[in-house]
Design a binder for this molecule. Structure first.
Ligand code: NAP
Length: 370
């Protein structure tokens, strides 16, 4: 279900989001049934009080900053994200039952990045978290991945949870024709947000211990496909003068290290590409973010590393937190270093000299042995 604005003949206006829960709000049961939603919170418009409208969040009454009588768009912009709202004016005690007229309303996020987002590598880990968070903000999503059962399960979860449209494209992003296939799969829809997430190296080892073909495949997925996707999907965004592109990279982009050689080099490529595209596109209204991650708790990391020790010490980032923060900061590029005290600047390795940084990156990591 899309976010909708519903007006009634007696003056109520409800903005209904897919995860609205009417049960806890005391909203009129008949209206709830007619809207066909299970949850709603209410915003009470009271222009005479000379204060902003109030709303309930987690059972606490809050007030939107400003004075009463704000236009709807201003109220929506002032409300915290994820607050599910309905606008309410007192119901008459008698008279005919309200009739409903519906119109679509869009949020600033949908206006900037909608109506469709593509998440390349969107079926688990950080990519799945992006897909959920983007869908919860009202965008339709296209999920790209190789394993069809995981992909379809993830797509079904998102459809059920947010009521947006979800498409899947089962393809291998390290195949030379992958981006052409993705362009074909998305023809006819307007893609306003592109997240290139797939990029982990699931067989981290010394440079010469891996066949050159495997290195080539990583370069194809992490560099060539990223460059091609940025070109093919970025061009329509710059023509429209709006949109967003997230290239997920890593602290490994900052310095070389043993067993990181080609992976780190591809991530440096992604970082520099993101920074350069930001420089070229930000004045055209397209937001590019090079999202720098440290170790994050994903199935991919768990497949390759023995993370139990890190889990106990709380050493891994949470994918939901990563995705939510990145989406909040899409317009704060060129770079967002997740978890850093200085996320838009600095270095994930602090002020270490380059040699010391390389030695630090080369420390043995807990690799899964069985
Ligand atoms: N996790 C970390 O600790 C960490 C640290 C620093 C940076 N990062 C960066 O964060 C991003 C996400 O990492 P992640 O740990 O979530 O694992 P990931 O393996 O990069 O991403 C997993 C998602 O990408 C898909 N995928 C992987 N390879 C693909 C391919 N060749 N073609 C199509 N889809 C593919 C997976 O589905 P299928 O397997 O079904 O294809 C899944 O949906 C990566 O860019 C990585 O470099 C991660």
């Amino acid at each position: 279900m899309r976010e909708r604005c519903v007006s009634t003949s007696v003056g109520e206006r409800f903005v209904v989001r897919p995860d609205t829960d009417l049960r806890h709000s005391g909203a009129d049961l008949d209206i709830m049934a007619r809207l066909g939603v299970a949850r709603i919170d209410t915003v009470r418009l009271d222009p005479d009080l000379g204060r902003g409208p109030t709303y309930r969040e987690d059972s606490v009454d809050r007030t939107v900053p400003g004075r009463g009588g704000l236009p709807l768009a201003a109220i929506l912009a002032a409300l915290p994200r994820n607050v599910v709202i309905g606008l309410e004016v007192p119901m008459p005690s008698a008279g005919p039952p309200p009739c409903f007229e519906e119109e679509d309303v869009t949020t600033p996020f949908q206006d900037a990045y909608g109506p469709w987002a593509v998440i390349a590598g969107g079926s688990d880990g950080v990519g799945a978290a992006f897909a959920h968070k983007i869908a919860s903000r009202g965008l339709n999503v296209v999920l790209v991945a190789r394993r069809v059962p995981v992909l379809e399960e993830s797509a079904a979860e998102i459809r059920d949870a947010y009521g947006v449209e979800v498409r899947t494209a089962a393809l291998d992003l390290s195949a030379p024709d992958a981006v052409s296939a993705l362009v074909k799969a998305t023809s006819g829809i307007e893609v306003g947000l592109f997240v290139f997430n797939a990029g982990a190296d699931d067989t981290s080892c010394a440079f010469l211990d891996k066949p050159v073909e495997a290195h080539g495949s990583l370069v194809q997925r992490n560099c060539t496909a990223v460059m091609e996707a940025a070109h093919r999907f970025g061009a329509p965004m710059t023509a429209r003068g709006r949109g967003g592109m997230v290239l997920v990279t890593s602290g490994a982009a900052w310095a070389g290290g043993a067993a990181l050689s080609v992976y780190g080099a591809t991530k440096a490529f992604d970082l520099i590409l993101a920074e350069s595209l930001w420089a070229e596109w930000h004045e055209a209204g397209v937001h590019v973010l090079g999202l720098v991650l440290g170790r994050t708790d994903t199935p991919s990391l768990r497949r390759t590393m023995d993370v139990d020790g890190d889990m106990a010490s709380g050493g891994l980032a949470d994918p939901d937190d990563v995705a939510e923060t990145a989406l909040d900061h899409l317009a704060d590029g060129p770079v967002w270093i997740h978890g850093s005290a200085d996320p838009t600047g600095g270095s994930p390795l602090g002020s270490l000299r380059r040699r010391d940084a390389v030695l630090l990156m080369s420390r043995p990591r807990p690799v899964k042995t069985e």
